[in-house]
Design a protein around this ligand. Structure first.
Ligand code: HEC
Length: 152
């Protein structure tokens, strides 16, 4: 009983030390440390990237999914509830793999990786996720660490 407050303080101090080292490491790595999960609501793309993605989308995707992203009845909508329903809790790595291996329909994997990632930035922007200071990476293992969550 006498020792307990001492132990509690010690555990607290150790925890505080670990937390401060961990948060320092995140800051040092620019928020995208290897093995560190991020959420799409934290702002994981830039507006410039989404703008480039919009151009690529208009050129390579809009023929079927339409300029308003609502789809044509065969190609599904990429906006709103269907978007959340399909991608919530999955990673952008999952999204990247699914799109790259199947789209554009009839010519999968025909865009450079940067093109697909820019289009994902555009889809996030159109779905009202906030932009941030750094672009989405093209590295698939980094994309696996970014999880689609609820918009803030
Ligand atoms: C020729 C028409 C066509 C074009 C062009 C096209 N799509 Fe599709 N897309 C479809 C159809 C049809 C489906 C539904 C069947 C399927 O999933 O293969 C679909 C499905 C999808 C899905 C849902 C896949 C899933 O796993 O849920 C996404 C996301 C998508 N397309 C994104 C894109 C993007 C991004 C582009 C441009 C790079 C694109 N599509 C170009 C016709 C097209």
């Amino acid at each position: 009983m006498i020792k307990r407050p001492f132990m509690t303080a010690r555990v607290f101090l150790i925890t505080a030390a670990i937390v401060s080292v961990a948060s320092w490491a995140v800051v040092a790595a620019g928020g995208a440390q290897e093995g560190e999960q991020m959420m799409t609501s934290a702002g994981v793309f830039t507006v410039e990237q989404a703008d480039r993605g919009k151009e690529a989308y208009t050129q390579d995707c809009a023929a079927c999914h339409l300029d308003d992203l609502l789809g044509d009845g065969i190609a599904p909508p990429l906006l709103g509830v269907p978007f959340s329903f399909r991608w919530s809790d999955l990673s952008l790595g999952d999204m990247y793999a699914a799109i790259r291996t199947t789209m554009p329909q009839g010519a999968p994997a025909s865009l450079p990786p940067r093109g697909y990632v820019d289009i994902i930035a555009y889809l996030l922007h159109a779905n009202e996720y906030p932009s941030g200071d750094s672009e989405l990476p093209t590295d698939e293992s980094a994309l696996q660490q970014i999880i689609v969550d609820e918009k803030p």
